[in-house]
Write a protein that binds this ligand. Structure first.
Ligand code: HEC
Ligand code: CU
Length: 421
């Protein structure tokens, strides 16, 4: 094989490999099943981001191929081909031969300074416009606002249906942010401990949750659906397990969901497994977990004159409003409100499905009635959560292991939790 042919074979295999790599990356990023993709937006703010990225990607692609093409062409044109191929007259060089050496070219240098500068200037204008538009909210002052509180390693959502975040929320839930379709939902993003970052890529960009600060943000979904998210600011041991889901429901279903979330739980009927479970829960779990209507501030060891103990969610004024706890017996600092645990499709920072095969086949509002509980993961979690999701060794973060629970206790606790619909 001549050297020239060898070179060609080499070059074309390189191109095939590079092309395949690009195709693989594109197919991973673009496919619909990919849950954390910015490139398949479903919300109006997500769309603004995609509409910015796509043209820039095309321009960048053109520049990439021009520059890489020039590199390859120069490499080919000025390659050293060895003495047996005939040398310079074919347009390439022998081992001891050099092309003419030049120094400096004003025209070229001005061109490759000005063109990128102009390109980047244009891109930056469009970028800034989109950046400032991302927290634009179409909502009035008395529309619903959700306070989002990042904490190690899960998300709390406090719903303020009247839009007033200086008063206690109407209800509190965890990890699954339920919103009505087509409506801008203003978010008030905070942290209870370290810096986290809230990100539901199909609906909007990222927003940091910073202790002592309150960041405005907004999400909107154009279609009903289930959109995955992930904490994107490294926040310690279980950062990778700090996920969340946004659920967009048609307005009627959202109202139904909301009206249910507002209701308090009632005590299970006496003599049932659930009642036995409530006994265990009130001793082993209620020091951290609130179940509105059942865990009174008394059995959490604190004092309160607000009926559902909203004071544990903070005093609702100032920057840290709603993010600290008045009850100092909470080892974990705070824990998910479990009043309507069974209406969620995931738990523990959305790393486990609460129901088997849910999400695909069962309507969100029918989960508690129609889907099969994922008993295995739930029981394992209750018995030894740190084994499932690493938590701080000194027990100040996350849910502690409950080693004292017998299998019967756990069965009963699950029976109790199953009543929290
Ligand atoms: C020391 C405080 C503390 C105690 C006591 C405690 N938990 Fe937890 N629990 C937490 C924290 C914190 C989380 C969130 C952990 C995470 O997702 O990383 C949690 C999460 C949960 C979850 C998942 C909720 C969700 O929506 O993601 C369930 C269910 C749960 N705990 C049940 C129990 C039960 C049952 C008991 C008693 C047997 C109990 N917990 C005792 C702190 C506690
Ligand atoms: Cu985090």
């Amino acid at each position: 094989m001549s050297k020239r042919l060898k070179g060609l074979v080499w070059l074309s295999s390189l191109l095939v490999i590079a092309g395949a790599a690009v195709l693989i990356v594109i197919s991973i990023v673009v496919t619909d099943e990919h849950p954390l993709s910015t490139l398949s937006p479903v919300g109006r703010h997500g769309r603004e981001i995609a509409d910015l990225i796509n043209p820039i990607f095309i321009v960048a692609g053109v520049v990439f191929f021009l520059v890489q093409g020039a590199v390859l062409a120069l490499w080919w044109r000025y390659r050293v081909a060895g003495s047996d191929t005939g040398g310079g007259e074919h347009g390439y060089y022998e081992d001891d031969e050099f092309p003419e050496q030049v120094h400096g070219n004003n025209r070229l240098e001005i061109a490759w300074t000005l063109i990128p500068t102009a390109l980047l200037a244009v891109i930056s204008v469009f970028t800034l416009v989109v950046l400032f538009a991302l927290d634009d909210v179409e909502a009035s002052d008395d529309d619903m606002v959700v306070t989002v509180i990042g904490q190690q390693w899960w998300w709390e959502y406090q719903y303020h249906l009247d839009g007033d975040t200086t008063t206690p929320p109407d209800f509190v839930t965890a990890n699954e942010l339920v919103i009505p379709v087509g409506v801008d939902v203003p978010l008030d993003i905070k942290s209870r401990d370290v810096i986290h970052s809230f990100w539901i890529p199909k609906l909007n960009g990222k927003k940091d949750a910073v202790p002592g600060r309150s960041h405005d943000w907004v999400i909107q979904a154009e279609e009903p659906g289930r959109f995955r998210g992930q904490c994107t600011e490294f926040c310690g041991l279980s950062h990778g397990y700090m996920k969340m889901v946004a659920i967009a429901l048609p307005p009627g279903e959202f109202t139904q969901w909301r009206d249910n979330q507002i209701t308090a739980a009632s005590a299970p009927a006496e003599g049932t497994a659930a009642a036995a479970g409530w006994e265990v829960f009130s001793q082993q779990c209620a020091s951290c977990h609130v179940v509105n209507g059942l865990t009174t501030p008394v059995n959490r060891g604190g004092e309160s004159d607000t009926p559902d103990g909203w004071d544990i969610y903070g005093e609702f004024n100032g920057a840290n409003a709603g993010t600290y706890l008045a009850v100092d017996t909470l080892v974990a600092g705070a824990a998910p409100n479990l009043t309507h645990l069974m209406t969620r499709s995931t738990f523990a920072g959305s790393i486990y499905d609460l129901y088997l095969g849910a999400g695909e086949h069962v309507e969100y509002l029918e989960l508690a009635e129609a889907a099969t509980l994922n008993r295995g993961d739930l029981e394992a979690w209750i018995a030894n959560a740190p084994e499932r999701k690493p938590a701080d060794a000194n027990g100040l973060r996350g849910m502690p292991a409950r080693a004292g629970l017998s299998p019967e206790d756990i069965d009963n606790v699950v029976a109790f939790l199953s009543t929290l619909k």
